[in-house]
Design a protein around this ligand. Sequence first.
Ligand code: UD1
Length: 440
Amino acid sequence: MDKLVIRGGNPLLGTIRVSGAKNAALPCMAAALLTEEPVILENIPQVRDIQTTRNLLAAMGAEVELGYGRAQHRTTIQCKNLAAPEASYELVKTMRASTLVLGPLVARCGSARVSLPGGCAIGARPIDLHIKGLERLGAKITQDHGYVEASSPRLKGAEIVFDKITVTGTEDLLMAATLADGETVMQNCAREPEVADLADLLNKMGAKIEGAGTPTIRVQGVAKLHGARHRIIPDRIEAGTFIIAGALTGGDLNIANCEPSHLGALLRKLEETGVKTVTSGDSIRVMGDAPFRAADMVTEEYPGFPTDMQAQYMALATQAEGTSVVTENIFENRFMHAQELVRMGANIKIEGRRAIVRGKTPLSAAAVLASDLRASASLVLAALVADGETIIDRVYHLDRGYENIEEKLRGVGAQIRRIGEMIPPRNRRVTDRSAHGQTV
Ligand code: UD1
């Protein structure tokens, strides 16, 4: 298992480029299931979740062609014959977003068999709303041996009201509705930019969708979709992570190739903490100018503050003067990074869905464990300002969603390197500060 070794203290200076959004690329790849013609996707990030989706689609009989060299961020997917409309537990357990194939498969093939995802590190992650929505569209659903099976010769348009806002749930049903017979009206939809990006692609494929990016989406079903070419939007979470990295390290960092309008809630919160940013076109310049001020933060559905930036924000809060109360409203168990930050010297107390962060506390290097994708990013940020050399274990979580993070950060001055498990660490001093941290 790879580890990252980071020596803190360097200000990040220069320009760092943001990759395509993993969370937009995943549903767009699943959308290729809706047509027998090729779908060409550009700005695909080279991350492990994308590889998992390629494997998933290939296992069903899709032809997935990868670009090489300068075209490495392009993929062409053609689902001419879908021999096995099935997503196995082996794949779904490593990536819950695999359930995104359920809607398109039943719409295109008339049947689908997809493993239930089960729990994950950040809490129970049910797919009841996907299932309920498909039933509203006329699918017959059975659950057996840990799998959900959906079947319907042709889905029928219907009104769907989500009990709770769900991002992949909205995307799954949106894809299903494109090939349904008649009109589907979906209410209380997720408004994330990734939903709108998927709708953009689907409309290019011949779908008739209005209102994506708002709470109400209307879909006029069509009999067939065709191939299309589409460029994936920039990754707002990767961009946000780099903005905090620039601020925390007292750097002067230009985050290029991003979409500032997708980062409103984060930029407003950072302004409250005293982080200076300047936006121009598709880039954001951040100038780290400590001291930062504590500011409470609450995660919400888009356009609120994203849960996927909560862990990174907490790293910043440890370096702000005063008490920040961080409230996690989307997932029930998304504070695992807090414990590791405490081992690096942070003062964080967890009370149910709230984390109380008292700053500013100096951070010092420790051996820490990444527990999920965004928690890993938070540890990278903390390590960039910690005194000494931090070793982050279980980096595979980070590799699920951040493309070449160490190369990108090294390019702007960070001291960061990756080591494989087999390479013995040499001449490294690691201070384990577990005794020094406060309780979580
Ligand atoms: C997506 C993102 C993830 C992000 C999350 C919230 C992708 C691939 N992943 O995940 O990075 O953290 O949105 O912004 O886009 N829920 C139910 N029943 C359901 C579905 C969801 O109760 O059928 C609950 C979940 O347990 C959670 C909440 O709804 O508490 C939001 O989850 P959801 O928006 O579905 O997250 P994902 O789409 O899985």
